[in-house]
Design a protein around this ligand. Structure first.
Ligand code: SAM
Length: 244
């Protein structure tokens, strides 16, 4: 999977792209991330990438010319997505879609944002990583890249582990949009808090039922909008079998 990133702060990416899962994915050649600085396509002495907003107001706006010039020179992987709080909310399903394709590209805004003509005439869409405002698109880009890269076949050591997690969506887990069940590891008792007995029972069918009950309960309590339907009779029976 190829990812092109356009950012006026390319130094943001060195650490995260070299570490842990992303570092390994790049080393294995499964993910190829290239960062391009629109400043390299400026033509003035000061290498300016921003200007004051038409209509007045605080702050500066990223100008269209350097971003257009950079994108047109690089011919990045498509879709090309502008990171913006006003974009479509980035969710796991979108990460799956990006991971399934040959690549994608991201434009990172700074200042008060990016001249609208970049979104309207250069990019294929806009993505938001959540309802809050970051100082720039770099952290948002890393969120999108990491979420997509870990779903590229071969990147995770155990292929199963992306199917059984929150929003995992495999048949074994039963539903696409549940939060994951609680996880425990050794010690079996820590400061007086014991791991649920069922997980130490060795009864794999019962463990699977307990996990599904926990996932249903958590989702219903914490993110009811993900489970906007009545429980099936089987699901209700699971909750009755494991009341807490
Ligand atoms: C300070 S923000 C601009 C915020 C803009 N004035 C607004 O009110 O929507 C600068 C840049 O950070 C990035 N950014 C900030 N929050 C983001 C979010 N939640 N999702 C994606 N990108 C974000 C965008 O690229 C944006 O152009």
């Amino acid at each position: 999977m190829r990812v092109d990133v356009f950012s006026i702060f390319p130094e943001y990416f060195g650490g995260p792209l070299g570490a842990s899962l992303l570092g390994r994915a790049r080393e294995l050649g499964l993910v190829d991330v290239r960062v391009h600085d629109p400043r390299d396509w400026t033509t003035d002495r000061h290498r300016s990438v921003d200007d004051t907003p038409f209509g007045g107001g605080a702050g500066m706006v990223m100008a269209p010319e350097p971003v257009f010039a950079a994108v047109e020179a690089v011919e990045p992987a498509r879709p090309l997505l502008l990171l913006s709080p006003a974009g479509e909310r980035f969710v796991q399903d979108r990460a799956r879609g990006l991971a399934a394709g040959p690549g994608f590209s991201l434009v990172c805004g700074r200042y008060e944002g990016v001249d609208q003509r970049v979104a309207d005439h250069l990019c294929d869409g806009e993505l938001s990583v959540g309802d809050y405002v970051l100082a720039g698109g770099e952290v948002a880009a890393l969120v999108v890249i990491e979420a997509a890269a870990r779903l590229v076949p071969g990147v995770l050591g155990n292929e199963q582990s992306s199917g059984e997690e929150s929003f995992g969506g495999t048949e074994s887990f039963g539903q696409t949009d549940l939060l994951e069940y609680p996880q425990y590891t050794r010690p079996a008792e820590f400061r007086g808090w014991a791991v649920p007995d069922v997980l130490r029972s060795g009864d794999h069918e019962r463990i699977a039922r307990w996990r599904r009950a926990q996932a249903l309960r958590r989702t219903r309590e914490r993110r009811p909008e993900l489970l906007a339907r009545d429980l099936t009779a089987d699901e209700q029976a699971l909750l009755d079998e494991f009341p807490d």
